[in-house]
Design a protein around this ligand. Sequence first.
Ligand code: HDE
Length: 703
Amino acid sequence: MKKKKLDTTSDQGEFMTTNQGLKINDDTNSLKAGARGPSLLEDFILREKITHFDHERIPERIVHARGSGAHGYFQVYKSMAEYTKAGFLQDPSVKTPVFVRFSTVAGFRGSTDLARDIRGFSVKFYTEEGNYDLVGNNVPVFFIQDAIKFPDLIHSVKPEPDNEIPQAASAHDSFWDFISLTPESMHTIMWAMSDRAIPRSLRMIEGFGVHTFRFINAKGKSFFVKFHWKPLLGVHSVAWDEALKISGKDPDFHRRDLHDAIESGAFPEWEFGVQIIPQEDEHKFGFDLLDPTKLIPEELVPVQRIGKMVLDRNPDNFFAEVEQVAFHPGHLVPGIDFTNDPLLQGRLFSYTDTQLSRLGSPNFHEIPINRSVNTVHNNQRDGHMRQQINVGKSSYHPNSIADGSPAQAKIAEGGFSSYEERIDAHKVRARSKSFMDFFSQATLFYNSQSEPEQNHIADAFKFELGKVESVEIRQRMVNLLTQVSIPLANAVAESLGLKAGKPIEPINHILGADANPADYKPIKVKSEVEKSSALSMANASKDSIKTRQIAFLAADGVDASDFGNMKKALLAAGAVVKVVAPKNGTLKDSASKEIKIDMSFLTGTSVVFDAIYVPGGEKSIKALLSEPDAIHFINEAYKHCKAIAATGKGIELINQSYVGAKLKSGDADAKAGLLTDLKPEAFIKAIAQHRFWIREKKDKIPA
Ligand code: HDE
């Protein structure tokens, strides 16, 4: 692979200079008429420094402003030549460099990572045939069916224009107003209200290309394809109450987690999956493959895992790389092409357009992070900030003075040619009638969830609509929910003090002024599958505790063998252990060994951990018992359904918290994930379960 290592500059050991290379003698004082006099206009050093500073910010992305990125590589498992001629999908020995950017959609650049939101999942493959961008999300469907509604959707979810409230949240009137009048959004809304919208880690999210794309093989045969990224750590989420608290305690939680994992050598990995549909099967399904509000259940078309992506390097400079990277679903390579999905078609215009205003020049492809690994040759010239110095007299084609260079490439030489799809149609401004099924996959998604997941969806609706002030909007949403699930609609209605009623005639809001609603009756398709196990996170892999963060609550006198044995076992299983104590600095264990404290109860909090362990030691437990924050730590970890273990005297701390009653209760559900006097293996197994959601069924704990 041509390694995508960007040129960097280190200032280490160098003299300070101006941008013109002049060595600076005094960077602390401006040039003045006398030490107490006015500054002089001629101070070019001051002016250059301040001017550059004044222009440091660029417009943030209009959506997906908040993001984090990393470098890595992709490798295909076996040649996909049967389906596509894309060079990077042919040879398992080839490592293709990638840069990935994860993002939230609605919040500004400085907003919290744990907002309830869809996550962007953009991958730039630096292939030998040019850059290929797969600009996807962590949910497989989208809110709207036509790009022309995108500005409306985004205006509705962004902070309201009169007072710019709320930040990074969909829980407000304008969003739910739009959604309640846009029934096609219901499937994606179910995903957005599910725990998928509050991931535990960016390393634990799935990715989806969303639209149906095309593969094209060397013979010109085309296949429809849906793209997937499957995280090897499984798909996991936090609890909503936890998300709210993380947003205050560590708003950079996801960014930090990604960065720290890569720095520690625990490289995040995803398998690349494809669902391939032969061209002849285009109309085989109850839904339209071009409708971006639909997924193809994996039971109907299995996901073939065809390769792996590993993220193994953090950016050197956030702005230069993560901020300036410019993705575009229209950055293609031969062997991959679009379909007529009207959402995708609109995106093909939007991304270059937005880069022009965001990065300020048509030369944004020359920014190091955006450069392809093969050299660029064409007759485009000049423009703001041009970097490339083209030689010669010719900047046009055809030419003779440069022997016709640069030359067009034949298809056999790697030249790109679009798939020759036959189109025979009237020019119309319309929605396809095959797109008129709005609810069956929303129901499929809901029915595929485990009971705790369904409860979380109901809770999310209760929260979001509870924040909506207009009773009319609340009522319209509840009514719409009856089309997805009556019990869900009733549960949400009850919490809002409403009764679920008859939904609006959905069709009227999505037609042009002259269209006849009678021509566009909603269709209710019977889903080919009743439940799809891939849609539930309850079925995620739960066999590893790699990179899981475990808090050890301890103080002076902590039992040396409890502490040491557990730590050794957890580290061997790949977890990260952090000591949380009443104060910062160090503590001494029962064998007088010094132990570094990672956080005090002031800076540490249960919500940034996956599990809690309280080792024994009389003195240590005595100190912790007099620390209300230690008790709160246990209560909160229980509330968020995390594994909690204690040994020896440590059990006393549990007994003094609300959790003590659960331990003694004899109720297996309430006790799930609570371990006392255990072997480390049992704790490891419990941590791997991620959460014991079953505990939520029991009376709630105040924390
Ligand atoms: Fe985007 N989207 N989008 N989008 N999108 C942008 O491009 C747009 C859509 C997605 O990490 C913008 O460079 C339109 C679907 C991601 O830099 C902008 C429509 C999906 C990112 C834009 C959509 C996405 C963006 C803003 C409806 C999932 C972040 C900044 C037709 C398949 C990329 C930028 C990054 C960013 C337009 C819908 C994913 C304005 C018009 C569907 C992951 O061009």
